[in-house]
Design a protein around this ligand. Sequence first.
Ligand SMILES: C[S@@+](CC[C@H](N)C(=O)[O-])C[C@H]1O[C@@H](n2cnc3c(N)ncnc32)[C@H](O)[C@@H]1O
Length: 280
Amino acid sequence: MKPTRVAAAFFAAVAIRALAADVVPLKNAGPYVPSPDAAVAAMLQYAHVGPNDFLIDLGSGDGRIVRTAAKVFGARGMGVEIKESLVRQANEEAKKEGIADKVRFVKQDLFKTDISQATVLTMYLLPDTVNMLREKLATELKPGTRIVSHDYPLTGWLPDDMKQFDLPEKEAISGVQTTIVWLYVVPAKVEGDWSARLPASLSRAPATLRLRQQLTRVSGSVVLDGKEIPLEDVRLRGEELAFRIAGRKPLFTGQVKGRSIEGTMESGANKTAWTASLGS
Ligand SMILES: C[S@@+](CC[C@H](N)C(=O)[O-])C[C@H]1O[C@@H](n2cnc3c(N)ncnc32)[C@H](O)[C@@H]1O
């Protein structure tokens, strides 16, 4: 064989081996484009990452989000990535930075990753992939987990917050400098009829709190002394529920813990306790 053909065959074999080493995912969620440092900082600050957090980055590239979370904010974490070379690079960087006991990077398809351990989940993925993940995020993550998405929103989820700023280095990546960080807090599951004990000033009889839920959107009514009254200003952020009963001033807040809610009704300076339990 001519030397040029030998070289071509050699490089083809290397390329095939490199491809075989990468994971073949259910779907390729996007090419490797690292988040600029300023975007990483904004994502982590915005999610209030701290030492008690376990952060998972879906499609972790060189691991910069997880590594920064560990180095700057003391968090632990994991990154999943399909490209073998990037997984190796991220683990080597973590070793050099002395944070290998806090973070790990694994070669894995993000769609098949168990994400239930996360208290913060980050992603910088193509918009259709972000939306393919909606169901997985809603069912596998614990209520209260913060989700931060770089640039692309989760359609149908109401963001708890968003921050928009310009980064000149984004021009080469997406053609515009605009960078958006979307923050979501995984909502508790509140759909159903809750048997409620409201303050005696409202009713001495047990009331029924009827809540309807579509992810982060909650609406409902309360059945009080046989009369159904709509709820207003209903908000659910993680496990924190708040609402008013239409036509009445007091603000109800409560913490949802599985099948029970414990809260207070605030009327001026007065605070009175209320409770509810699901289905009983
Ligand atoms: C835009 S880059 C983001 C890298 C990093 N998260 C950051 O923000 O700097 C997306 C990464 O996801 C990886 N990726 C694509 N599809 C994936 C999949 N199904 N499972 C795991 N990683 C995937 C790509 O190889 C790429 O490194």
